[in-house]
Design a protein around this ligand. Structure first.
Ligand SMILES: Cc1cc2nc3c(=O)[nH]c(=O)nc-3n(C[C@H](O)[C@H](O)[C@H](O)COP(=O)(O)O)c2cc1C
Length: 187
């Protein structure tokens, strides 16, 4: 299963990007998790550019089309989603391969519920399929965990592995969803 991971933060020390890189590291052989590298290169969305889309947009769309599922982790800015993730998603509105794409939403900060809700609303409006059983809230913000520590902390590693397993069950094994998100205590 090919999973495209998209971070809504461009910060070098981003917790969300680190979480996605950790998912790539922990993924079992049957799941390939690749981070989207062009998110920071996308121009601001402008429908006028649709005639001849910039190369970063073409790259994003090709990566989305090739993925069996998406894994999104994004911070909350001022009670909303970041411009970074919204801009990337705006370029995918009405992009046919995005429709019905299974998406797992990782939330690295449970207090960031405004952004989580807004992100879900946008994804649903774009006709993505949010895989709830794979959408995990992992309280990493303020937990003082390094990226290496994420993979080594059993509760975090377990949550990431469970998320990927749930995504695989729905996307590849075509099993019905088995439940909502579950909270994780990173201690
Ligand atoms: C401009 C800005 C606005 C923010 N607004 C919120 C907010 O409304 N709610 C919140 O919980 N955190 C807020 N934060 C904190 C970020 O969500 C937090 O720093 C998070 O770790 C950033 O994600 P990252 O580490 O992946 O870059 C804000 C941070 C910045 C820089």
């Amino acid at each position: 299963m090919r999973v495209l991971a998209i971070s809504g933060s461009l910060r070098a020390a981003s917790i969300n990007s680190a979480l996605l890189r950790t998912a790539a590291r922990l993924a079992p052989p049957e799941i390939d998790v690749t981070l989207c590298s062009v998110v920071g290169e996308l121009p601001l969305f402008n429908p006028d550019l649709e005639q001849d889309v910039p190369s970063a947009v073409a790259q994003l769309r090709a990566e989305v089309a090739a993925a069996d599922a998406l894994l999104i982790a994004s911070p909350e800015y001022a009670h909303g989603v970041t411009g970074t993730i919204k801009n990337a998603l705006d370029w995918l509105v009405s992009f046919e391969p995005f429709v019905n794409k299974p998406v797992a939403v990782l939330n690295a900060s449970p207090r960031a519920h405004h952004a989580d809700s807004a992100l879900r609303e946008t994804l649903k409006t774009m006709s993505a399929v949010i895989v709830e059983s794979a959408s995990v809230s992992i309280p990493l913000l303020g937990a003082n965990i390094t990226e290496a520590g994420m993979a080594e902390l059993p509760s975090v590693a377990l949550a990431i592995r469970a998320s990927l397993a749930a995504l695989y069950a729905v996307v590849v094994l075509q099993q019905p969803e088995h439940g909502p998100t579950f909270p994780v205590d990173p201690r």
